[in-house]
Design a protein. Structure first.
Length: 340
């Protein structure tokens, strides 16, 4: 059957009970010894010194008290004082027994001897038993203290392990939070970088689109200006051609009127002179169409006239083409170095 373990407080209570019982027996045995031994010492003490009879039992019993007290202290400390405390313990015990039974033994009273042996023998046995009890209690208290120390160490180690585990868990959670925050921050930075890159691309595309539109608009405006210039040149050429045609017509009509006037004057003069009327010689009104060069020869003549420094009218008369057409070809010749 397993005995329930006692607590240190219960063991200390038992030790106090042992101490109280031991001192009760000790003081009882001392008192009994003083009362028993004093008459014996008085009978063997010289006359006039009988009052010193209690001193001897008190001295012996004091030695018993010293032995019991010091033995309990040494046992409580868990030490061993050696053989002399044991010799003193047994020596005082035997002296107490001898003094207590001496008077009865001298009288031959065996009953008295047995009765007077009870107190000192009980005192000796109590001292030995108390010493053994105290040593056992001390060992047990030491075992309990060691067990409590070991338990405290284990609990402290377990507490440290739990605290370390809690710290490790908090550290892992902190690292996990930091990692999550870092990943979130890096993801946000990637999104921001992608957004910035996308906006930069959009701005670049927008600039390229605007530049392309500006170039197209500039090209369109340039074409429009070129077309306008061409239109104005063509209009000027048409106007010059119309003007030259009108001038040619007016010149032809003027020449025709002058010729007719001359013919009438000549006819009148012949009539006055009585001569016959001459037959008029037919003249072409406009020799331009007859003498007009083809376009290739006309271009060659225009280039030659430009190189020679001839006027537009001279070149036009030479080629048979209009002044406007010759002017346009001369302008093209002047623009050729710029185009090259």
């Amino acid at each position: 059957m397993k005995v329930a373990a006692m607590t240190p407080k219960q063991i200390q209570g038992a030790e106090r009970t042992l101490s109280l019982g031991t001192w009760t027996i000790t003081f009882g045995a001392i008192l009994f010894s003083v009362l028993t031994v004093t008459p014996l010492v008085q009978r063997v003490t010289p006359g006039g010194w009988g009052w010193t009879a209690p001193i001897l039992p008190l001295v012996v019993d004091s030695a018993v008290v010293i032995v019991i007290r010091l033995d309990s202290t040494v046992a409580r400390l868990g030490g061993d004082a050696g053989r002399w405390p044991a010799i003193l313990r047994w020596l005082t015990g035997l002296m107490t027994v001898a003094l207590n039974i001496g008077d009865s033994a001298l009288k031959g009273d065996l009953v008295g001897v047995g009765v007077h042996m009870v107190a000192p023998v009980l005192l000796i046995a109590t001292g030995e038993a108390g010493l053994a009890y105290r040593r056992a209690i001390t060992r047990r208290l030491d075992e309990i203290a060691r067990a409590q120390t070991e338990q405290a160490e284990r609990e402290r180690a377990e507490r440290k392990a739990r605290e370390q585990a809690a710290r490790d868990e908090r550290e892992r959670e902190r690292e996990a939070r930091e990692r999550a925050e870092r990943e979130k921050r890096e993801h946000a930075e990637r999104l921001e970088a992608q957004r910035a890159e996308r906006e930069a691309n959009e701005r670049r595309e927008q600039r390229e689109h605007e530049e392309r539109l500006r170039r197209e608009e500039a090209d369109r405006q340039e074409r429009a200006r070129h077309e306008q210039r061409q239109y104005e040149l063509q209009r000027e050429e048409r106007e010059r051609a119309d003007r030259e045609r009108r001038e040619q017509q007016e010149r032809a009509e003027r020449e025709q009127r002058e010729r007719q006037a001359r013919e009438r004057a000549e006819a009148a003069a012949r009539e006055r002179a009585g001569r016959p009327k001459p037959t008029p010689t037919p003249r072409a009104v406009n020799t331009t169409a007859v003498d007009k060069m083809n376009e290739a020869d006309a271009l060659t003549a225009v280039r030659e006239g430009h190189a020679a420094g001839d006027s537009v009218r001279t070149i036009a008369d030479r080629t048979g083409w209009s002044v406007g057409w010759v002017s346009a070809r001369l302008q093209d010749i002047r623009d050729e170095p710029l185009a090259a």
